[in-house]
Design a protein around this ligand. Structure first.
Ligand code: CA
Length: 223
């Protein structure tokens, strides 16, 4: 799952990006409202963390513009403590959740998990598909109850597919959601094309599409 962090405080931005990356997400970063607005308008993020107080364009305006343009990704706003008006304005502008500063990174991670779960129609933290289970809280993956080890790429791919069980996931969508903006997608795309000779991957078949587990052709190429 690919996230965007828009926060002008460089230390906080880095801390958020590091925590989210460690938790298995792909993270793009922006440091002002203009850059953040552009990225959120042009890239397909699974969720966005948006600070309200930003240079060049404030977070509320950024969010309003996205929603006006039909961008529907889940947005978690960061508000200053005791600024209840930020929260009201944020929700009215289209925010899905908020966290007041200062915050614990664990709370951000939990709220992002919840936003991703809700936006993809899952009620529980543990996702299951056939014999495969993935606990989004711990990153633990089991096949038929047996824990297995995965690389970070493998985990990202599996997590994306398992968040979207029951619908078709295209190659383009995988490329857009598994790599950050700095990644050379054109270089990676032919490898994905070779991995999926048929045009689409039905994600409800996650466990068979990547078989034999866990050294499937797909995972081999993405590694
Ligand atoms: Ca700020």
């Amino acid at each position: 799952m690919r996230l965007l962090v828009i926060e002008d405080d460089p230390d906080l931005n880095r801390q958020l990006a590091t925590a989210l990356t460690d938790a298995g997400y792909v993270v793009d970063r922006a440091f002002d409202g203009e850059e953040g607005h552009y990225l959120g308008e042009t890239e397909p993020y699974d969720a966005v963390i948006l600070d309200i107080g930003l240079p060049k364009a404030d977070g509320i305006s950024v969010l309003e513009n996205w929603r006006r343009a039909g961008r529907a990704m889940p947005v978690l706003i960061l508000t200053a403590r005791d600024r209840w008006s930020d929260k009201v304005q944020g929700f009215d502008a289209g925010a899905d959740d908020y966290v007041a500063k200062p915050f614990h990174l664990e709370e951000i991670l939990a709220r992002i998990r919840a936003l991703l779960r809700r936006s993809t129609g899952h009620a529980q933290s543990e996702l299951t598909c056939g014999p495969v289970s993935l606990d989004t809280r711990t990153g633990r993956v089991c096949v038929s109850g047996n824990p297995i080890k995965m690389t970070s790429h493998e985990y990202r791919l599996l997590a994306y597919l398992m968040h979207h069980t029951g619908r078709v996931v295209s190659r383009t969508e995988l490329v857009e959601h598994l790599y950050d903006q700095d990644f050379d997608r054109d270089r990676r795309r032919p490898a994905l094309d070779r991995a999926f000779p048929q045009n689409m991957i039905p994600s409800e078949k996650t466990h068979s599409a990547v078989g034999p587990w866990p050294k499937g052709k797909l995972f081999g190429i993405l590694r």
